[in-house]
Design a protein around this ligand. Structure first.
Ligand code: NAD
Length: 474
């Protein structure tokens, strides 16, 4: 007889581990299965986010920002440092320590909540039996009343630029360079390309980003994308749009990229190549015959609005299902499913999932872009306010960017908020709360915002929707 659980979670990333903790909190006998092996050769919980994604990239973004400020940003404060150096090994070591602290933290949380961690690769069979193959190749079956699939996603590989871990790398490889590459090529000007491109640019690499689409950051509101493009250009990031890679040949002196753009065929020599062209659901070998779970045409697990797969007791959450591939979206789905299993209410509003890009300046948004609102034929009005007119931003010497609020022209309900500027990753939370409460621009405009803070830009942008911003001409 296989061991029986109330809830078996497949995957210990931010969707899976959070689902497991919540299920255990609700009194269910829970286990969480994961096959990730950390840099020290031992199983590590936390999935992509903690091991090779959100947390380590933020560690490197912060280190590289400190170095860049020291070498380029502090002069206006009257601070100078001669011969500033960066020890890339020490920087990566700090990142590894942070990763270990957080993955170890999940192990402790599992113990505290009595979640059993099982290491190995899981396959879902019929009747909620999960077969787990461990590192030695031994398979053990477990069964459960409920199974939550949270297997996450994997980087998409280009057939003509395969990852070799040395010259051509994915996000994980670009977190572990032993020294700053002289010339770094990046394929894809998306979230990963911009964040990791920024890290190595700040440390002195020549960074060229090839983006297939003709528009920069097509998913973002055009106004904030425009500011971001201008600022990244000033920083020396060479972003080439409409550039379609044809070949990447590894030679003795580096990698020769052949791509076509509006001017025809071009070549580019780089020392390292990061391919960041998106991710796909990690569902390969997940489902055995008879599991009953269906995949869509993009390999994602099919689910309804409540993350149910249509098979009794089988649910799926996070990057392996529809919706944005964002850690916080997965975590909320994990909590919602655990609560639904326990007979409680659980729901995630995909319309108010915030997006953040941790470049300098940062980008953050929630809700619809102006182009989407226009396309939908919704009557709307907008208000924006620049950080250059915010005392705190000027004191910080971080004045690039603005906040833009889009509201319904008749009801004043907020439809979207878009920001580019200092620490907007934190400012976006206010917009999410307001939208979740179906708030209006007037609601935001009537809330007291502390002075002097960056949040005053949100307040003033909301006032500007009604042409009554105080610190700019309307
Ligand atoms: P992405 O979808 O953000 O960007 C990929 C980019 O590559 C797109 O602009 C696309 O047009 C371009 N592209 C696709 N094929 C190409 C080709 N052949 N040549 C040139 N360009 C090409 O994907 P990503 O940056 O790889 O990130 C993967 C996922 O991870 C995303 O869903 C992202 O949301 C998530 N992520 C989020 C964060 C964050 O929240 N800050 C950070 C990192 C990753």
């Amino acid at each position: 007889m296989s061991e029986q659980y109330d809830v078996l979670v497949i995957g210990a990333g931010p969707a899976g581990y959070v689902a497991a903790i919540r299920a255990a909190q609700l009194g269910m006998k829970t286990a969480c299965i994961d096959d990730f092996i950390g840099k020290d050769g031992k199983p590590a919980l936390g999935g992509t986010c903690l091991n090779v994604g959100c947390i380590p990239s933020k560690a490197l973004l912060d280190s590289s920002k400190q170095f860049h400020n020291l070498t380029h940003g502090f002069e206006s404060h009257g601070i100078s440092a001669k011969d500033a150096k960066i020890d890339v090994g020490a920087m990566v070591g700090r990142k590894d320590k942070i990763v270990k602290q957080f993955t170890g933290g999940i192990t402790s949380l599992f113990k505290a909540n009595k979640v059993t961690a099982i290491s190995g690769f899981a396959t879902l069979k019929a009747n909620r039996v999960v077969s787990v193959k461990d590192a030695e190749g031994k398979s053990t079956d477990y069964s459960a009343t409920n199974v939550i699939i949270a297997t996450g996603s994997q980087p998409i590989e280009l057939p003509f630029a395969r990852f070799d871990g040395k010259h051509i790398v994915d996000n994980a490889g670009a977190l572990d360079f032993s020294e700053t590459p002289k010339r770094l090529g990046v394929i894809g000007a998306g979230v990963i390309g911009l964040e990791l491109g920024s890290v190595w640019k700040r440390l002195g690499a020549e960074v060229t980003i090839l983006e297939a689409l003709p528009d920069f950051l097509a998913a973002a509101d055009a106004d904030i994308a425009k500011v971001a493009a201008r600022e990244f250009k000033k920083q020396g990031l060479d972003i080439r749009l409409g550039a379609k890679l044809g070949k990447a040949e590894v030679g003795k002196k580096g990698i020769t990229l052949t791509y076509t753009d509006s001017k025809g065929e071009q070549t580019l020599e780089v020392d390292k190549l990061l391919v960041a062209v998106g991710r796909r659901a990690a569902t390969k070998d997940l489902l055995a015959d008879g599991s009953g779970v269906k995949l869509d045409d993009r390999g994602r697990v099919e689910v309804d609005a409540h993350n149910w797969t249509g098979v009794e007791g089988v649910w799926a959450v996070g990057d392996c299902v529809r919706g944005p591939m964002l850690a916080h979206k997965g975590s909320e789905e994990g909590i919602a499913v655990a609560e639904l299993i326990a007979g409680k209410a659980g729901h995630v509003n995909l319309d108010t999932v915030p997006w953040v890009i941790y470049t300098e300046p940062e980008l953050a948004w929630v809700g619809q872009t102006e182009a989407q609102v226009k396309e939908a034929g919704i009557p709307y009005k907008t208000g924006s306010f620049p950080f250059a007119a915010i005392g705190r931003a000027v004191a910080m010497n971080e004045t690039a960017g603005h906040v833009k609020v889009i509201a319904h022209a008749e009801t004043d309900r907020i439809l979207g908020v878009h920001m580019v500027g200092p620490v907007v990753s934190e400012l976006i939370a206010e917009a999410v709360v307001t939208m979740e409460f179906k708030g209006s621009a007037e609601d935001l405009a009537r809330i007291v915002h502390a002075h002097p803070t960056l949040s005053e830009a949100v307040h003033e942008a909301a006032l500007a929707v009604d042409k009554r911003a105080i610190h700019k001409a309307n």
